[in-house]
Design a protein around this ligand. Sequence first.
Ligand code: UDP
Ligand code: MG
Length: 196
Amino acid sequence: MSPTLLSVVVPMYNEEAVLHQLVARLRPVLDGMDVPYEVVAVDDGSSDSTAGMVQQIRTEWPQLRLLRLMRNSGHQAAITAGMTAAVGDYVVTIDADLQDPPETIAEMLKTAQAENVDVVYGVRSDRSTDSVFKRQTAALYYWLMRRVAGPHVPSNAGDFRLMSRRVLDAVNRLPEEGRVYRLIIPWFGFPSANVY
Ligand code: UDP
Ligand code: MG
């Protein structure tokens, strides 16, 4: 069996303030995983120095790729661009702002392989920093989404997830433009697991 290649897609819009912190957290995790990987940084038309900084970091981190969108297109569109460009057998999407812990990526891949599932959701177990209002509206949101998209939509799973190539192929075949991945991926119904 050829070694599994992992892609990590990171949408970035004006993230110059956290970029170095992100690299400091993400790189040791990926270097320590013992799989070949690429990081696809998607600069979503940032007006700050995000793209220039990624270029700079790239000179010392060959696994880092930069994809630049012509104009600001939004979070989901940036993810779409990154997932289309990603060549991995497994693709993880993670926001740049460190709302989700990059350290979990290692566990996501392990879980996908050990349990033979196509999707691993990163579920936020700690919402203690969110306001009561934010937690209640989030609970309502996920309840409503389960009514609309089916019972597979996990609570508190944002856009931090791992997907197999099978899922990527299914996603890339969708005719819809304005995709909301946190609904579409559960709707597919591929075997899945959660990590916290
Ligand atoms: N993002 C993007 N394009 C945008 C807005 C945001 O690529 O137009 C990126 C942003 O850099 C971050 C992720 O998408 O990595 C989530 O953005 P944000 O934290 O603003 O969203 P929230 O956490 O509030 O859902
Ligand atoms: Mg955020």
